[in-house]
Design a protein around this ligand. Structure first.
Ligand code: NAI
Length: 329
C-alpha cells in the first residue's frame, strides 16, 4: 500500500522502517502536519498515516477523498482529532492502534506524581548549583493516600496496579467496572465522591463530548484543598484557565500535565528560539508546583515499535481483506 505518513520525526522513520522490513509497504515520510494546506501532499496515495495533532476535519477529509485517499491509519490510540461522522459520510476506513503499551503511559503518569510530590525538578536544579538545603522540598507519603482514577480502561488498569503497589487506596470512575481493577483493590464511586475524597486525581478517559472539561471550575471546587491533578490523557479534559485559578488560590496544590488543550501549536517541535504566544500555557510554566511534559508519556522503545508494527499490519489487513479489526466504527 502507498502510505503518506504525516508529522513524522526521526524516531518514527527508525521504528517504521524496521517494522516495514516485514510489511513491505511503500511509506513516504512527510514532516508537515496534515491540514488543509498540506492535504495535497497525499495526492496519489491510498492511505495517510497520522498522529495526535493532525486534525482531520470535514474539509481536510474532503480534500483527501479528492486526492484518492481511502484509508486513514492513526498511529495512536486516541482518535478525537478525526471527524468520524465526516469520515463515515465520505466512506473512509479509519483505524488506530488500540493498545500499544498502556504501561508506558501509566509509568510516565507515576513519574509525574513522584516528581511533583518529592519536588525532584527543584531538587535537581538546587544540587547542580551547590544548594543542598531541604527547605521547601517537603513531600508526603503516597502510602495510604487516596487516588482517584477517572477512566479504567487499559491505561487506567495499568495505573491502578502501580498505585496499589505503592500502597495507595484507589477509587475509580468509569461507565463500566473493570474486573481487573476491582481485583487490584479499586473501588468504583461517583464523580462527586471521587472529587471529594481524592488526594490525587489522575485522568485516563478519552476526550469525548461528555468528558470535555470534566475538570472545570465547579468540579475543582469540589476537590480537597491542595489536591494533586494529573492529566496524561487529552488536554481538552481540563479547562486550563479554571485550573490556573485553582492553582492561584491553592485549591490545586500540584499539577502534572503531559497534554494541553492547545498543544497542537506547541508540542513535538523545538520552539526554544521563539517567543511562546500562548499566554495561558506561559502562565502554567511559571508555577513552581506544575510539571509539564510535551506529550511524551507514550514515548518508550517498546511503544514505538508496537505502534509501527500494528499500524503497518492494519494497512496490510485492509489491503488484503478490505476490512480491519482495529477500524473505528
Ligand atoms: P481505553 O479505551 O482502554 O480506556 C478508556 C476508559 O475510559 C474506558 O474504560 C471507558 O469506559 C472510560 N470512559 C469513557 N467515558 C468515560 C467517562 N465519561 N467517565 C469515566 N470513564 C470514561 O483507553 P486507554 O488506552 O486506556 O487510553 C485512555 C486515553 O489515554 C486515550 O483516550 C488517550 O486520549 C490517552 N493516551 C495518551 C497518551 C500519551 O502519550 N499521553 C498515549 C496513549 C493514550
Amino acid at each position: 500500500m502507498k502510505i503518506a505518513m504525516f508529522s513524522t520525526k526521526s524516531y518514527d522513520e527508525v521504528s517504521f522502517c524496521k517494522a516495514n522490513e516485514i510489511s513491505g509497504h511503500r511509506v513516504t515520510f512527510l514532516k508537515p502536519q496534515l491540514e488543509l494546506e498540506t492535504a495535497r501532499l497525499a495526492q496519489g496515495f491510498e492511505a495517510v498515516c497520522i498522529f495526535v495533532n493532525d486534525i482531520l476535519s470535514r474539509p481536510v477529509l474532503e480534500q483527501l477523498k479528492d486526492n484518492g485517499v481511502r484509508f486513514i491509519a492513526i498511529r495512536a490510540s486516541g482518535y478525537n482529532n478525526v471527524d468520524l461522522q465526516a469520515a463515515r459520510d465520505l466512506e473512509f476506513t479509519v483505524v488506530r492502534v488500540p493498545a500499544y503499551s498502556p504501561e508506558a503511559v501509566a509509568e510516565h503518569t507515576m513519574a509525574l506524581i513522584l516528581a511533583l510530590n518529592r519536588k525532584i525538578h527543584k531538587a535537581h536544579q538546587r544540587v547542580r548549583e551547590g544548594n543542598f538545603s531541604l527547605e521547601g522540598l517537603l513531600g508526603f507519603n503516597l502510602h495510604e493516600k487516596t487516588v482517584g482514577v477517572i477512566g479504567t480502561g487499559r491505561i487506567g488498569e495499568a495505573m491502578i496496579k502501580i498505585l496499589t503497589g505503592f500502597g495507595c487506596k484507589v477509587i475509580a470512575l468509569d461507565r463500566r467496572e473493570n474486573p481487573v481493577c476491582l481485583a487490584s483493590g479499586a473501588k468504583y464511586t461517583s464523580l462527586d465522591e471521587l472529587l471529594a475524597l481524592s488526594d490525587i486525581i489522575t485522568l485516563h478517559c478519552p476526550l469525548l463530548a461528555e468528558t470535555k472539561y470534566i475538570i472545570n471550575e465547579q468540579n475543582i471546587a469540589k476537590m480537597k484543598t491542595g489536591v494533586m491533578l494529573i492529566n496524561t490523557s487529552r488536554g481538552g479534559l481540563i479547562d486550563t484557565k479554571a485550573v490556573i485559578r485553582g492553582l492561584k488560590k491553592g485549591q490545586v496544590g500540584y499539577l502534572g500535565l503531559d497534554v494541553y488543550e492547545e498543544e497542537g501549536d506547541l508540542f513535538f517541535e523545538d520552539l526554544s528560539g521563539t517567543v511562546i504566544s500562548d499566554d495561558v500555557f506561559a502562565r502554567l510554566t511559571t508555577f513552581p508546583n506544575v510539571i509539564i511534559t510535551g506529550h511524551q508519556a507514550f514515548f518508550t522503545d517498546t511503544a514505538l515499535q508496537t505502534i509501527a508494527e500494528v499500524t503497518l499490519s492494519n494497512c496490510t489487513e485492509f489491503e488484503k481483506t478490505g476490512n480491519c479489526a482495529n477500524a473505528i466504527k
